[in-house]
Design a protein. Structure first.
Length: 69
């Protein structure tokens, strides 16, 4: 399984767990806690995915100048 797929499954499970258990620890503002849990999981996944993808194909390639002076 690809690392990106595993991370997506992990953060999806985190968001789902936060949304489903919101009623257990936030009695009055369950809807707000559900939205915040899903939003936080999405932001963490987006950060993870962007860092992972940027390491696959880096924009800047180091160059070495070997010309004799």
């Amino acid at each position: 399984m690809s690392s990106l797929v595993a991370g997506t499954v992990f953060f999806g499970a985190m968001g789902a767990a936060g949304a489903l258990t919101a009623s257990l620890w936030a009695k009055k503002q369950t809807g707000l806690v559900q939205i915040l849990s899903v939003t936080a999981a999405f932001c963490m996944w987006l950060s993870y995915a962007l860092i992972y993808i940027s390491q696959i194909n880096p924009i800047l390639h180091p160059t070495r100048n070997l010309k004799p002076e």
